[in-house]
Design a binder for this molecule. Sequence first.
Ligand code: AMP
Ligand code: MG
Length: 350
Amino acid sequence: MSLAYITEKQLAISAVRRACLLTSSVFNKLVKNETLVKGDKSPVTVADYSAQAVISTMLHRAYPNDLIVGEEDASDLRTETDSLSSLRNRIVELANEALTAELGIGDIAEWGIGPGSEQNANQLLDAIDRGSYEGGRSGRMWTIDPIDGTKGFLRGEQYAVCLALIVDAQVQVGVLGCPNLPWDWLKPDGDKGCLFVAVRGQGAQQMKLSGADSAPLTMPPYTPSTFSFLESVEAAHSSHSTTSQISRIMGLTQSPIRMDSQAKYGCLVRGDGGAYVRMPTGVGYQEKIWDHATGSLLVTESGGIITDSRGLPLDFGLGRTLGENYGIIATVSDAHAKLLDAVQRVVKED
Ligand code: AMP
Ligand code: MG
């Protein structure tokens, strides 16, 4: 019997890997070596668009009927001004560099990659725009977050390239690329660059960005003395005070680990932190499906449970947002009920 989603998994790994090489190269060329005016977000814009163009081009070549929910759309790039045409040229150059790089292990030329696979500007803008699907409950759709954690990217810290395949509102395949994540959290100056891969019913693995050293992931059991929370660096993105209240209620003593992006999910499933808690800081913000699709499958495939703050499963079938969910609570199975109870006590107190 052949495994389900075997081609989709390989395609997703291949696409995320190419996008990660692209974003790292943008960082080295534009952020590290050029004097950027403080607050200039153009490198992240260039990397975001070109990474989505690369991933979307590959998905479309492999599965032309699949729909795509991507964070970016190209309408802003289509206007004819000098600054936009130079931005566009940069995007075309970077996307083509990534698409035409030599084939590696598992790569298939029919996915529109390898030498000779250049695309023109219109083809690449169309590829970006194919990410405009509104989402829904039935059929196949991919979610792309080309650069999650833009602030981390600009700081040279954590960011992630995220891709997931959702079929009939259930995440089936998820790949998370974290170019700056140390292979060993306790050795921040050691090897960096991790890929996290999950397929529903087939478990989760971590591997180097090169594909080497693939190892299965199982979350460690709940151990209060070492249990810490993973949360956003940005206080506006999740409530730091809520996690500290939960920590107090649960009698935990470790400080939270703050990092940008969905790299938090990678660190959760390999046991660097005990739980990822993301409680809203205000009313109105709805979490986006591309921010949690990959991570939610990584959690459930490595022995964890993920729900919202009321204990409800995340609903990926409502469109581009998790419109009916409030907050995100992800942890190893044997800690989830205790954590949820503490979260609900804090919510009630507030
Ligand atoms: P983080 O890296 O945890 O800070 O999360 C980054 C993500 O936060 C981005 O992908 C945004 O989609 C998302 N985001 C933006 N504004 C908010 C908000 N007000 N509340 C929660 N998440 C947000
Ligand atoms: Mg994001």
